[in-house]
Ligand binder design. Structure first.
Ligand SMILES: Nc1ncnc2c1ncn2[C@@H]1O[C@H](COP(=O)(O)OP(=O)(O)O)[C@@H](O)[C@H]1O
Ligand SMILES: [Mg+2]
Length: 435
């Protein structure tokens, strides 16, 4: 559908694209000067994404070096001809990017562009490139922490403890800033952190799946289709914990990241997505000082970050920063860390009602016992009845944990009061969408 809105001075062409598969609308507004504005409305994304595009500006950049070639994205170093500055350019690899890819790409620019902190790579502009777009960023002559760690391990060395602590302090500061801006990154990992090899300054990149929602619920998805990186995924991001995602999901991923930097290995090893999901949900990670000798306090900080439920993690980035700094300063001064109680300065600045279920232990027990029986080969039907809003779904969702452990499937369907004419509709729904 396309129509032209004309007013005496401004002539705009507005085209509305409706995609069948996505509940999203995209509006393209082309002004007379040829600048293109696109507004995306999406239920799946952050609600509203807006970006302004300078058409044809990619020709202003001369690519000099490829920095990263991923399966979906390409990051290059380029010289901007207009001012001869070196910039980093991130673009999509696919020649015909899908609607989803474009939306995600734009999402990261919209969120990243608004942020201004020395610990974040500044996003300068979004330019048109082929059928997609490219993000022009500040060139921080650093390399990713993943590469940096690999180089260190290849040289048969470990990163010095003080260096990891200083990286941790910087990341805690960045997470504090993101918390203030109400942004959840959702994909903290060494590959998304750049480090300057000389100054050791770190910067966070990649807001590809970042969110502006204060709280999100991950719907149940097949583990192959989960957003984020399986090895660093907070339990609530698996969609199987009956818990919402908030800023504390980033603390978990930071815990895994610090674990990896300190020991050179990940806290969990798994062979397939379901196993990863199960590890994050149910397996206790080892303590870092079981693998590499180090002060107990450092190990406890990392362990606290990786707590399964968000209530047991740090509640504020400043509380975390204080503990890391205490360890760092003591190590620098005396070479050891005096025992101290961690989490003393950890005060949450928000009011959060925990997702924990209260007073449903007996009902959950009945369900879990039935699950254990059917896992041994029986079949049973359970009925959960109650008024609307009383908490039936919340109780039923508690079976996700044992199901993941047993590698079972959870399917669901709902008889909809407005869809009464379709026979057996809930069964059809359940069988078609398998998780
Ligand atoms: N501004 C930059 N300067 C230098 N290298 C960068 C920059 N941005 C990204 N990179 C490199 O590109 C890699 C992938 O970038 P990222 O934004 O994480 O892409 P993706 O969305 O594909 O994960 C990073 O791990 C890093 O090595
Ligand atoms: Mg990345």
């Amino acid at each position: 559908m396309a129509r032209t809105l004309s007013k005496p001075k401004h002539r705009l062409k507005v085209s509305i694209q409706r995609r069948l598969r996505l509940p999203a609308l995209s509006y393209r507004v082309i002004s007379r000067q040829g600048t293109l504005k696109q507004i995306f409305l999406s239920k799946t994304g952050i609600g509203l994404t807006m970006a302004s595009l300078d058409t044809g500006r990619m020709s202003d950049h001369h690519i000099t070096e490829t920095l990263y070639e991923g399966s979906r994205t390409l990051v290059s170093r380029a010289t901007r001809l207009s001012d001869q500055r070196t910039v980093a350019v991130k673009s999509l690899r696919s020649e015909y990017p899908s609607f989803d890819e474009l939306l995600q790409f734009r999402n990261q620019y919209t969120i990243g562009h608004q942020l201004d902190h020395p610990g974040l790579v500044r996003m300068e502009s979004l330019v048109a490139a082929g059928n997609g777009q490219a993000i022009v960023m500040e060139d921080f002559s650093g390399l990713s922490l993943a590469k940096y760690l690999n180089q260190t391990l290849e040289a048969k060395r470990q990163l010095p403890l003080t260096e990891v602590l200083s990286i941790g302090v910087q990341l805690a500061e960045i997470l504090h800033y993101l918390g203030q801006q109400r942004v959840i990154h959702k994909d903290i990992k060494p590959a998304n952190i750049l480090i300057h090899p000389q100054s050791k300054q770190v910067k966070l990149i990649d807001f590809g799946i970042a969110s502006l929602l204060p709280r999100e619920t991950q719907s149940l998805k097949s583990p192959n289709g989960l957003e984020g990186t399986l090895a660093y995924l907070a339990p609530e991001q698996t969609g199987r914990m009956n818990r919402g995602i908030d800023y504390r999901a980033d603390f978990y991923a930071l815990g895994v990241t610090l674990f990896e930097l300190l020991t050179g290995t990940l806290p969990f090893q798994a062979n397939d997505p379901m196993e990863w999901v199960h590890c994050h949900m149910a397996k206790q990670p080892p303590l870092v000082n079981d693998l590499v000798p180090m002060p107990l306090e450092v190990a406890s900080i990392v362990h606290k970050l990786m707590a399964k439920s968000a209530e047991n993690r740090y509640q504020s980035a400043l509380g975390l920063k204080h503990d890391l700094e205490t360890c760092l300063y003591q190590l620098k001064d005396t070479g050891t860390v005096e025992p101290f109680e961690i989490g003393q300065r950890d005060v949450s600045d928000r009011f959060i009602i925990p997702d924990k279920l209260y007073g449903r232990e007996a009902e959950i027990k009945v369900l879990l016992e039935a699950f254990d029986r059917v896992a041994n080969g029986n079949s049973e039907v359970m009925l959960v009845a109650g008024f609307s809003g009383i908490g039936k779904t919340a109780v039923v969702n508690e079976v996700h944990k044992p199901i993941t452990r047993q590698r079972g499937y959870f399917i669901k369907g709902k008889f909809d009061q407005f869809n009464r004419s379709v026979p057996l509709s809930a069964f059809v729904q359940a069988i078609v969408a398998r998780h």
